[in-house]
Design a protein around this ligand. Structure first.
Ligand code: SF4
Length: 430
């Protein structure tokens, strides 16, 4: 039996006691960390992701990312054949040959990520060793790094966490007396990143770096005077690595919705001593814009009950946004991993009636959905169709990862993503 569910904490959360979390360790239904390559390869223009994996890995990437017809692709799979898996050839030699061929054909590649998969892990192919060996050959032209996107070790968004963690040791160090700077951590669509950079510049915060940088070669500096804001809630390892370099996390809500975005910007403004009145002058127009956009969708969502099955780790901040700004009622908020410190402010704002769960045991969670009968269930692709067939309205969690949803100007679109399936159901019922 693979069921292991425990309820930790106590029944009524208070300031002194942690909120109870239902912990489950059963069968999972989520994408593996390779999926992160789909958005990371678009973000880092000079990077290439070489998955060392199987045909399954190649199919996953091709179907998730589509085929790049007009541009040179920035990801590929070095497919391990049976003789690799059977140990009949030296997989390290084969990999050297593939990398040499790739880099001689593609001088535009400045950072190469060797990405581990389930098959490479099963045969214990040491990609860290390979990255070190190949790095010696190809530096300074190409930096070679490695991380694991395998489904044994990572779920979905953890691939980004593993990738960014691999970049942290490469970030140049600040000189000891460098002025305080700000680091935005987490991959955002360029248009959203530009909006945030404009707001920080208007606030008077000029030293702002982004991890990942648009060119993996232009990594921002880091040091004890770095204050960082997490843009994504799934970057626990990256945060730990940055703190190992002396950076200090600014505690804030994640930048979803009018209030989340305000809290996120305010944490930076406070750390940089920005005057309160100036903060309001700069931020208030965007905040009001976001509130207006959200209000157009509110009638479709208020009072509606929503359950999240664990998928992207965005579940906790999104449930907070829907509860506080759209008056939705979170019934269950499931997340693959819950970082209590990073999500502490979020958890405080989710109504105590909501069940918070961490990890997955898919059959038990589906049973709870059937018992709870939420108006909307946010879940992975594989669970959406069966639930729809049972009469539940669903939202694909992956859409929330692939759409621009951070910041003031995306708040209305974010609310709309939840309203659409409910409107569709209403139309079908008429
Ligand atoms: S890494 Fe593992 S889970 Fe992911 S596609 Fe490859 S074989 Fe499947």
């Amino acid at each position: 039996m693979n069921i292991a569910a425990t309820l930790s904490g106590c029944d009524t959360p208070s300031a002194d006691t942690p909120r109870p979390v239902l912990r489950e360790r059963g069968q999972r239904e989520v994408f593996c960390g390779l999926t992160g390559i789909v958005w990371l390869h678009r973000k880092m223009q000079d990077a290439f992701f070489l998955v060392v994996g199987s045909r399954t890995c190649a199919h996953l990437l091709q179907s998730a990312a589509g085929v790049m017809i007009f541009a040179e692709p920035r990801f590929a799979t070095a497919i391990m054949e049976e003789r690799d898996l059977a140990g009949m050839v030296d997989a390290q030699d084969e990999l050297d040959r593939v990398v040499d061929r790739l880099l001689s054909r593609r001088p535009d590649i400045k950072t190469l990520f060797l990405v581990g998969s389930c098959p490479s892990e099963v045969i214990k192919l040491d990609l860290a060793k390979a990255a070190e060996r190949l790095g010696k050959q190809h530096m300074p032209n190409v930096r070679i790094l490695n991380y694991s996107g395998s489904g044994i070790e990572t779920t979905f968004t953890q691939g980004e966490d593993a990738c960014l963690t691999a970049l942290v040791p490469e970030m140049p160090a600040h000189v000891a007396d460098a002025p305080q700077d700000l680091l935005i951590v987490g991959s955002l669509p360029d248009i959203v990143e530009d909006q945030f950079l404009r707001l920080f510049a208007e606030l008077g915060i000029d030293n702002v770096g982004c991890l990942p940088a648009r060119n993996a070669r232009d990594l921002p500096r880091v040091g004890p005077n770095t204050r960082y804001l997490l843009a994504q809630p799934f970057l626990a390892e990256t945060a730990m690595a940055l703190e190992g370099r002396g950076a200090v996390r600014l505690d804030a809500l994640f930048p979803f919705g009018a209030e989340g975005t305000t809290s996120w910007l305010k944490a930076a403004a406070d750390a940089f001593g920005i005057d309160e009145a100036h903060f309001d002058r700069v931020v208030e127009p965007g905040r009001q814009r976001a509130k207006r956009a959200i209000s157009h969708v509110k009638a479709n969502l208020e009072g509606k009950r929503i359950s999240f099955l664990p998928d992207s780790q965005l579940e906790v901040p999104l449930a907070r946004f829907l509860a506080t700004e759209l008056d939705m009622i979170p019934v269950e908020v499931g997340t693959p991993y819950l970082h209590r410190a990073h999500c502490a402010l979020e958890l405080d704002l989710i109504p105590p009636s909501a069940r918070i769960s961490e990890g997955q045991d898919v059959e038990r969670q589906l049973d709870r959905v059937r018992a709870d009968k939420p108006d909307l269930t946010v879940c992975g692709l594989g669970l959406a169709n069966p639930l729809e067939a049972e009469g539940f309205s669903t939202k694909w969690a992956i859409e929330l990862v692939f759409s621009p949803i951070h910041g003031f100007d995306q708040a209305g679109d974010l609310a709309e993503l939840f309203a659409r399936p409910l409107r569709r159901r209403d139309v079908l019922e008429v």
